[in-house]
Design a protein around this ligand. Structure first.
Ligand code: FES
Length: 115
């Protein structure tokens, strides 16, 4: 699966937005000119990460304070222990495009178990 056009590449550095793409609720953040994309769902108790506090490339969940590195998706602070799905992104023709691979989509419960 290739890249999916997500949003216009018009976010200022430090700004963020959310977008739905192929069944994923995505958080898109401009960090120093780089568009970083993760699933908009904390791996602790599924709070929306878009409501968290951004500090550089790190976001702190507004619900219980778990921290994630948006460059890798890695969980870097409790109470969450799992990384958040991270997606490759690129800017093309003035739009942010997100690469959504089959494995990540297949892992989502709404699509049922893989056979
Ligand atoms: S839901 Fe994010 S830290 Fe609990």
């Amino acid at each position: 699966m290739g890249y999916v056009r997500a949003i216009e590449a018009s976010l200022a550095p430090g700004d963020h937005t959310t977008v739905e793409a192929r069944g994923w609720d995505l958080l898109v953040v401009n960090v120093d000119g780089d568009y970083l994309v993760v699933e908009n769902s904390c791996t602790h108790a599924k709070a929306e990460l878009s409501k968290g506090r951004l500090d550089g490339s790190e976001i702190t969940c507004a619900e219980h304070g778990a921290r994630f590195d948006l460059r890798s998706g890695a969980c870097v602070g409790p109470p969450a222990t799992q990384s958040v799905p991270k997606f490759d992104a690129r800017v093309k023709d003035g739009f942010v495009e997100v690469k959504i691979d089959k494995i990540k989509v297949a892992r989502r419960p709404q699509f049922g178990p893989m056979n």
